[in-house]
Design a protein around this ligand. Structure first.
Ligand SMILES: C[S@@+](CC[C@H](N)C(=O)[O-])C[C@H]1O[C@@H](n2cnc3c(N)ncnc32)[C@H](O)[C@@H]1O
Length: 263
């Protein structure tokens, strides 16, 4: 005779099952994270812009809180190049954190900053006003592939954490070469996906801690690293481009492409 087995499991069994499921999910996420780090061979493009206002506002808030040290590092590289006046352009400015910080530190440098995302440009303008820089920085919607500057008119070009969004880096490097004055300085910083898996893993953990309250932002680090170029790829793009007198170096998960010259 077939028994009528109860269809509902007792409460304790449900708790055990859900705790096992949670552990399984954690284990999958943990090893999945490692797997992703190790499988960074193929670039997965993250081209496109942040149009989601809520995400853009959140990014802006976090950048204002945590970007002081990165801003200072860029400032020290600009100073090392002896650039204290003239015209500068920040490409892919996002919420404008870098030009806002730098134009306070370098009041004789006239900054223009562009981003493909109108939402980001609007936020950057607002941040600039809040920082007391009324008409200081010229924020515009614009593309890295068609810089809104005259030929050989810039003393400095910056592009921070944006190169991995660009599927045609040579076009951007050529534009940089076109707009920079002879001997003009540049600082281009981004991730490189051939960084040590241990470093990528460690920075990913830190990133998740910083961005823990936003589910989309939380996943952003690995997505950006996967979309970044390897050192070799970047070196080849630079060689192919019209940009001259560059040096490429690495610091932890970052690569820095800088003009050589005064120093
Ligand atoms: C990761 S954010 C970096 C923002 C800022 N530089 C920083 O470090 O805080 C990258 C920015 O590049 C912008 N972007 C993406 N593709 C672009 C393009 N082709 N031209 C200009 N900006 C672009 C995005 O809209 C985004 O705001």
């Amino acid at each position: 005779m077939r028994g009528n087995a109860p269809t509902q499991k007792p409460k304790e069994t449900n708790e055990v099952v859900s705790s096992l499921k949670e552990r399984k999910r954690f284990t999958l996420r943990f090893w999945g994270g490692w797997f992703m780090v190790i499988l960074m061979k193929e670039r997965i493009s993250e081209s496109g812009v942040i149009e989601d206002r809520e995400l853009a506002e959140y990014y802006s808030l976090m950048a204002k809180r945590h970007m002081r040290i990165p801003c200072q590092r860029v400032l020290s590289r600009i100073k090392a190049k002896g650039i204290e006046k003239g015209r500068a352009l920040d490409v892919g400015t996002g919420p404008g954190t870098f030009p806002i910080f730098l134009s306070k530190a370098l009041p004789d440098v006239q900054f223009k900053a562009i981003d493909l995302s109108p939402v980001m440009v609007e936020i950057a303008r607002k941040n600039s006003m809040e920082a007391g820089l009324r008409d200081g920085i010229d924020f515009q919607v614009g593309s890295a592939y068609s810089l809104p500057c005259e030929d050989h008119s810039l003393d400095l070009l910056l592009c921070i954490n944006t190169l991995h969004h660009l599927d045609q880096p040579v076009t951007f490097f050529n534009e940089a070469a076109r707009v920079l004055k002879e001997g003009g300085g540049f600082v281009i910083v981004d991730f490189h996906r051939d960084s040590s898996p241990f470093l990528i893993w460690g920075f990913n953990v830190l990133w998740k801690l910083f961005f823990k309250s936003h589910h989309k932002a939380r996943e952003g680090f690995l997505e950006s690293v996967r979309s970044s170029y390897t050192l070799e790829e970047c070196r080849n793009f630079l060689k192919e481009s019209m940009l001259k007198h560059w040096a490429l170096s690495t610091r932890t998960v970052e690569m820095w492409i800088e003009s050589t010259g005064v120093e």
